[in-house]
Design a protein around this ligand. Structure first.
Ligand SMILES: CC(C)(COP(=O)(O)OP(=O)(O)OC[C@H]1O[C@@H](n2cnc3c(N)ncnc32)[C@H](O)[C@@H]1OP(=O)(O)O)[C@@H](O)C(=O)NCCC(=O)NCCS
Length: 127
């Protein structure tokens, strides 16, 4: 499956804010208040666009992937990602995650990548 990464645009961010994940993953649902963070260049959000031009998901590189109280140093690039709710749980996650990791490394030149995942989110941990 081919996909491209583009800096996240406002209409894409608004679409992502409307996405709804079923429980227990609803903690990843976003709200209008999140728009500024999604569009903040420092958070480096990118849209994953499929060949049919649909928005498959998003990813971020840097501070968005860090949680308060965590011990983060500058030796790794933090990654965050989310797929469209219609695409999750289909065993395709690893293909997206590999593409995200490769893109992050190529864009930011980091050799080490890091993710912070909630304890309950076994799916993302397996990924
Ligand atoms: C995290 C995310 C990218 C994973 O993609 P996905 O397409 O849903 O994942 P997959 O269906 O490929 O499953 C990934 C792995 O988890 C396993 N899995 C799926 N659902 C599971 C569940 N409920 N419990 C335990 N394992 C589960 C799969 O079997 C697979 O493992 P395997 O490759 O060893 O078989 C996607 O679910 C998502 O965007 N979720 C919402 C946001 C999120 O959680 N972001 C991550 C925050 S760090």
């Amino acid at each position: 499956m081919n996909r491209q990464f583009y800096p996240l645009q406002r209409d894409q961010a608004l679409a992502i804010i409307s996405w709804r994940y079923p429980p227990p993953y609803d903690v990843y649902n976003l709200a209008p208040d999140d728009l500024a963070d999604l569009l903040n260049p420092q958070n480096a959000f990118f849209a994953l666009i499929q060949t049919d031009n649909t928005l498959a998901g998003f990813c971020s590189f840097g501070p968005d992937g860090q949680v308060s109280g965590g011990n983060y140093d500058a030796t790794a690039l933090d990654i965050g990602m989310g797929l469209h709710p219609d695409l999750i749980g289909r065993g395709q996650g690893r293909h997206y995650a590999i593409a995200v990791a490769r893109y992050g490394s190529s864009q930011f030149g980091e050799q080490r990548l890091r993710v912070t995942i909630a304890t309950f989110n076994i799916r993302a941990q397996r990924l």
